[in-house]
Design a protein around this ligand. Structure first.
Ligand SMILES: [Zn+2]
Length: 232
């Protein structure tokens, strides 16, 4: 996204280690974004479809430079100079930006969040803050691709029942769930223009030399940190 006031990143394996201090890593991500002085807001990430909205009041009530939304998996931020971050390893990091109203959002969508339509709900929250759907730009970052993300038949059936109008399986295998496609469809169905929904096309399970994968690394503690900030 070539927007002068916007900075965003997803980290690689080289950036961090599985057992590193997460706060120290987050501080380094902020520094990398040229946003050392900004407040940092995270989400507790409990595989919910709850969304936290960053407000002056929320920041004031969090007496820590690391603010955390409890029981929340997406962060919507209309304020400049606030870094927002989520951590993933196979789940989707979904970046959203409204370059007109200047609102950013990050959502964490594993299969539970995808089933709970967290991507679509994040779009709704942004529109409630004044964003126009047609202005929103989305990027679905490195995550488990349909090429590798095999699940149970029961989960395939659950997804097909919930998203009956869409193909939920990838063209590869018989039980491969395509979470990338389902999240992109959610974003478009929520009103985003198709040419503004971008995907990294990087499968974390395929690319374990570069990205952490919970599956391929047998439950690693390593995480991809995805962060975004509007610099004023
Ligand atoms: Zn793959």
């Amino acid at each position: 996204m070539d927007i002068p006031w916007l900075r965003q990143a997803s980290t690689t394996r080289a950036f961090s280690s599985p057992n590193a201090d997460r706060r120290e890593e987050l501080i380094r991500v902020k520094a990398h974004l040229g946003a050392d002085e900004t407040v940092l807001v995270c989400a507790e990430q409990k595989h919910t479809s709850n969304i936290g909205i960053v407000s002056e009041r929320f920041l004031a009530e969090s007496n820590d430079c690391f603010c955390c939304f409890k029981q929340t998996d997406a962060i919507v931020c209309p304020l400049p100079n606030v870094s927002i971050a989520i951590m993933t390893a196979d789940c989707a990091p979904i970046f959203l930006v409204d370059p007109v109203q200047k609102v950013i959002a990050l959502a964490h969508a594993g299969w539970k969040g995808t089933l709970g339509r967290i991507a679509a709900k994040t779009v709704v929250t942004m529109t409630e803050l004044g964003c126009s759907k047609e202005d929103l730009i989305a990027w679905v970052g490195p995550m488990a691709g349909g090429c590798c993300y095999e699940v149970s038949n029961e989960l395939i059936e659950t997804f097909q029942a919930e998203f009956s109008e869409w193909p939920v399986k990838s063209s590869i295998g018989t039980r491969n769930l395509d979470l990338v496609e389902i999240n992109c469809r959610q974003l478009e169905n929520a009103g985003l223009l198709g040419n503004k929904v971008h995907r990294s096309n990087i499968c974390t399970i395929h690319n374990t030399d570069t990205f952490y994968s919970y599956r391929a690394d047998n439950g690693t503690h390593g995480r991809i940190i995805s962060a975004m900030v509007m610099i004023s």
